[in-house]
Design a protein around this ligand. Structure first.
Ligand SMILES: Nc1ncnc2c1ncn2[C@@H]1O[C@H](COP(=O)(O)OP(=O)(O)OP(=O)(O)O)[C@@H](O)[C@H]1O
Length: 630
């Protein structure tokens, strides 16, 4: 999309002045933004009562979809579940289902009957005791009468539990529910998920709480006729997953005490209905921990959806983000509405966070955080509406943990001059990396080359997680280095170090930087320290696009770097904040030749480029590009 079209799109006139003018759909399913395919699948799955596996990044609306599905399921089918004592076998309480709302009535009527019976019994007891005492008084046998009254009192007391235990327990109450249940069982342990029978230390001798009263429903039962949602299902124990599968297949599951040493383990109820729809979710890694049979059950009797994390930047989709802002304001209920400029700033942030050209982010939970932070600032200032300045302030204040770490990292590294932003040095490159989602960080790389100690072959020495990336990068480009410089790296031991790399740095895009550092070290040509670079290197020497360029450029600018080299294919993804504009020169590069041209400095550079030129003349076309083209 050209920038003219973009501008025209930005200008499109939505018929609103503030987010208050935007109607918020009533149904949750209509509030879900940008996940059209997932929404269609959920609608279909709700109609057919199918299970669903939602895979995607955090905060793109997985649990929202599951909740929306519960709203779509028919409410008429809801049931109450009662548990009755079993007089023949007290350890096998009886289960009964009735239409929603009936359960409470049944329990009440049982309670009333029990109370009436109790009152009758009490009356009877008072009458007998009074009679005995009266007789004792008349016969002057006070002591005997009191003893007799006491014995009868105790005997009648003993009969009491026999009566009260007849009252059933309401295990699941769906009275007055407007929608089918939605139960979030994320992280639930076996007892909470599958139901449990409480321990009773007084169980022996029938003195304790009757077994049926100790039966507790599990989430699978609470989700009966509704949706059971489990996020990160792969982290659940295999055994629990297996039980879950059994429950899904049988649509009923007996409740028993989950702890083997508890008196609850003696009790096993009749099967309790649990006809739920499972919506499981997580990121792709979740599949590794997922029981294969459970996954195959979902695949066979349901749908798998891969959720999107960006949507195309079109007028319709921007309109959806306007709706999103209105939704979030309404949902929060405490923050003021947004004016047009503030919404535009949120949309701009959605473009920035997408990290790709012509896209808008769908990580809307995070974006919702920005909406709330801006709202809080506006509220604290007593503003009637949230304006652009509040959003800008919120962006500064509500920085993610990773962004705060990146900020601190930069100040600290500057203080100890771990990275340099001026001058030149051999074998040292300012690489760029990402921590978290999108926070840029300078990743200084130092390389040193020494003639190989071993006769057979030189080694590449690099340590840590990033070390593996470095080794791979050097191996990948060794042929290239030979072709570019005529130097055979197997004659050298090459040491590569990531200077004080912060744990959790994503270094995949460091291969261009590693190759540059190694070439500089081998050829002893200094690297311009006012340059930072990022890019992934193909074995042919092409610089391939990487993620997070905006964050990386901003980090470089923040660190006082003057020039940043990024893959040409990433140029459209750049959306740096206004405050960095003009502070840093962004140079697109297409090949390693381009990179060396801009990153190296000094006399040696000319001769290297000359050498490369000479070599390129004898190399087949396509392997080496003219280093000055970009
Ligand atoms: N597609 C979306 N449309 C509208 N709002 C969304 C969307 N995605 C996320 N949100 C907002 O973000 C909040 C959190 O989203 P949700 O809990 O559904 O994310 P998730 O994908 O389940 O994340 P996680 O897997 O980390 O739990 C929602 O309550 C909603 O306000």
């Amino acid at each position: 999309m050209t920038s003219e079209v973009k501008k025209a799109n930005m200008k499109e006139s939505f018929s609103y002045e503030t987010s208050k003018d935007i109607p918020v759909p009533k149904r949750l399913i209509d509030q879900i933004i940008g996940q059209e395919e997932a929404v269609e699948t959920i609608k279909k799955a709700a109609e057919q009562r199918r299970n669903v596996l939602l895979i995607g990044e955090p905060g793109v609306g997985k649990s929202m979809l599951a909740k929306a599905m519960a709203e779509l399921l028919p409410r008429e089918q809801l049931q109450d579940i009662l548990v009755y004592p079993n007089l023949d076998d007290p350890n096998n309480p009886i289960i009964s289902t009735v239409p929603a709302g009936e359960g409470k009535r049944i329990v009440m009527s049982h309670k009333n009957r029990a109370r009436a019976q109790e009152e009758k019994k009490n009356l009877f007891m008072i009458a007998i005791i009074s009679f005995i005492l009266l007789m004792g008084f008349m016969l002057k046998q006070f002591l005997a009468a009191i003893i007799a009254a006491g014995i009868i009192f105790l005997a009648l007391q003993q009969m009491r539990p026999q009566k009260t235990i007849m009252v059933p327990k309401l295990l699941i109450n769906n009275e007055g529910k407007k929608t089918a249940p939605f139960v979030d069982a994320t992280g639930a342990h076996a007892g909470a998920l599958l139901g449990d029978v409480r321990h009773d230390p007084y169980q022996s001798g029938g003195l304790g709480t009757p077994a049926h009263e100790r039966v507790e429903a599990g989430m699978i039962h609470k989700a009966h006729k509704g949706v059971l949602y489990i996020d990160e299902i792969g982290t659940m124990k295999m055994k629990t997953q297996q039980e879950l599968l059994t429950a899904m297949q049988d649509k009923k599951y007996s409740i028993t005490g989950q702890s083997e040493t508890s008196s609850g383990a003696m009790v096993r109820s009749q099967a309790v209905p649990c006809d739920f729809v499972l919506v499981a979710s997580g990121n792709l890694h979740v599949l590794e921990g997922m029981h294969p049979a459970l996954r195959s059950r979902i695949r066979g009797y349901g749908y798998e959806v891969y959720m999107k994390d960006t949507m195309p930047d079109t007028p319709e989709n921007r309109q959806k983000l306007v709706q999103f802002v209105a939704q979030e304001v309404e949902k929060d209920g405490r923050i003021p509405h947004f004016n047009k400029d503030a919404i535009k700033e949120i949309i701009r942030e959605a473009q920035r966070r997408a990290g790709k050209k012509d896209s808008l982010t769908l990580r809307l939970r995070d974006l919702g955080g920005l909406v709330r932070a801006a709202g809080d600032i506006a509220k604290s200032e007593g503003a009637e509406l949230v304006s652009k300045k509040h959003v800008l302030k919120a962006k500064k204040l509500a920085r993610t943990l990773e962004q705060q770490i990146a900020d601190r990292y930069i100040t600290q590294k500057k203080k100890y001059s771990v990275f340099k932003s001026h001058g030149s040095e051999v074998g040292r490159v300012n690489g760029l990396a990402i921590i978290g989602d999108r926070s840029g960080i300078i990743l200084p790389i130092a390389a040193e080359a020494a003639p190989a100690q071993s006769k057979e072959e030189g080694r590449i020495i690099a340590t840590g997680k990033l070390g593996d990336i470095a080794k791979e990068a050097v191996q990948n480009v060794s042929a290239l280095i030979k072709k570019y410089t005529g130097t055979d790296i197997s004659n050298y031991d090459i040491h590569i170090q990531f200077l004080q790399a912060y744990e959790g740095v994503e270094g995949d895009s460091a291969s261009v930087s590693v190759a540059t550092a190694v070439i500089s070290a081998l050829e002893e040509i200094p690297v311009d320290q006012s340059v930072a670079l990022t890019g992934s290197l193909s074995i042919r020497g092409d610089v391939l696009p990487v993620g997070g360029v905006t964050g990386k450029i901003e980090a470089a600018a923040e660190a006082g770097i003057k020039k940043v080299l990024i893959p040409k294919a990433n140029m459209d993804d750049v959306m740096i904040e206004k405050k960095y504009e003009g502070k840093i020169e962004i140079i697109p590069v297409k090949s390693l030749g381009d990179v060396l041209e801009h990153a190296l400095i000094g006399k040696g550079k000319e001769s290297l480029i000359e050498k490369m030129q000479r070599i390129s003349d004898i190399m087949p076309k396509g392997i080496i590009k003219n280093p000055t083209t970009h």
